[in-house]
Design a protein around this ligand. Sequence first.
Ligand code: SF4
Length: 218
Amino acid sequence: MTEIPDGAILQRDKKTVAIVPRIPVGLLTPETLEGLAKVIREYKIPITKITSGQRLALVGIKPEDVEAIWASLGTGVGRATELCLHYVQACPGNAVCKFGTQDSLGLGRDLEKMLISVETPAKMKIGVSGCSMCCAESYLRDIGLIGKKNGWLVTFGGNGGAHPRVADEIAADLSLAQAVDLVKKLVNCYRKHGKKRERTARFVERVGIDDIRQEVLA
Ligand code: SF4
């Protein structure tokens, strides 16, 4: 295969690809589900899998079908390999969950909108949890937000994968606006000092969390 279509990931067989449509904060509508069902049937896509980041991977697609599938879905091209925000994972928060103290879905949506077109040194994932139970795995995401009674706690530098790292806490008791502002500053700091393909966990280990805190909290 000479060229991998936009937003596609080459599979083991080296012939087919997978795509991961954008599904902001994992919320599905009947229209989205109907659109997905239509392309799965029409293009005979053999595997549809829920990913760890609350997205749906459509696997085993012929590369020549990808463009038409994106057009038919109308979700926007989901980013799966590029150096940018891949997803914001958010728990139901106080919209639904009896333990929720903050609106994780609302904040998650805002952050995805704010960062979706921003390039970063490596792929980036965000986890927004509505309370300390941390169901959105905020401590294992590049940027984490955790809702508390007095506001938002923001973390940075978490990672799962082969070299897991628990994120550092940057600031607590933040209003919604302060939390969003701090996320902006953390992303700017990472964009300014991070090396190409260096995930935030390795960035923190190289630069030191104290220097990062100093820059973003100044
Ligand atoms: S993190 Fe808290 S608010 Fe979110 S789903 Fe878990 S228990 Fe509910």
